[in-house]
Ligand binder design. Sequence first.
Ligand code: SAM
Length: 272
Amino acid sequence: MGDPTAQYWHRDDLLAAVLDALEQAGKDLERLTVEELAATDQFHGGGRPATLRLAELAGLHEPVTSARRVLDVGGGLGGPARTLASLFGCEVAAVDITPSYVEVAQHLTELVGLDDRVTHHVGDALDLSFDDESFDLVWTQNSGMNIADKETLYRGFHRVLRPGGLLAFQEPLAGDVTPPHFPLMWADDPSTSFLLPSDELRTTVAAAGFEEVAWQFVTESTSSGTAPPPPPHAVQLLVMGPERLAAIQAAGRRNVEEGRVAMVHAVFRRAS
Ligand SMILES: C[S@@+](CC[C@H](N)C(=O)[O-])C[C@H]1O[C@@H](n2cnc3c(N)ncnc32)[C@H](O)[C@@H]1O
C-alpha cells in the first residue's frame, strides 16, 4: 500500500474490530439498522446529524421520478452512502482510497441489506473510474482535506456529473490564523493536510465549472468540542485509539477557538 493517505487511515484487522465493538455495544448483527451504525460508520465532525443537514441542503427530501445516482467520494466505512440510500432511495457508488475501509463498508452494507443500492470501490478521488455525466449528485464529507490537487479533484467531479447535477460537500477549511495545531483527525503533520481558505476553495470549485447554490459555515456544530464523549464503538476511537484521539480532540478544540480550522457545508451545481 504505497499511497501515504491510505497508509495514514489504514488499520489492520479493522473489520474484526468493528464487528466486535458493535457486539460489545449490544447490537444484534443479524438485525442491524443504518441508524444503529451511526457512531461506527459516520467518520466526520457532526456525525449522522451533519449528514442529514447536508442532505437537506442538497434537496434530497424533494421527490424525484427515478432514484438519484450518487457518487460518494472518500466514502470511508460507508455511513453517509447507506444513509442516503436508506432515507432517500439513492443508488450510491462509494469510492475510497483505503482498501481496509472499503472492506468494512462492503460488509456493513451487506449486513443491513443495502447491497442492491450501495456499491463500494477502491479508488483515488483524483482518478475516478466512472463514466462522464453518470451521476446526479457527487457527495463528499471530510475527504478533500487530504488532497493537494484541488483543481483536478473538482474537475473530476464536474466530469462525472450530468449537466445540472449537484456537488454537495462537508469540508474542513483553513481559518484566518495558520497553521493548524496538529495532530488533526486526518493528519499528524502537514504532509497529508491540504486546507484552503474559504474564498480560495469557492473560487477553485467555481473555476472547475460549478455555480454556487449554498455555502454555510458549520464549524461549531461539527466540532468535537461541542460533542458528547464518543462511545466505545465510535469509529474515531476504533481507528485512532484513546490516547491519540484525546490529542486530536484537544488540538481540534484549540483550532476552532483560535480560528485556525473551520468547516463548511456547500452545494454547487454543474453549470455546463
Ligand atoms: C475522515 S474519513 C471520511 C469518511 C466518510 N466520508 C465519512 O464521512 O464517514 C476520510 C476518508 O477519505 C478517504 N480519502 C482520502 N483521500 C482520498 C483520495 N485521494 N481518494 C479517495 N479517498 C480518499 C480516506 O481513505 C478516508 O476514508
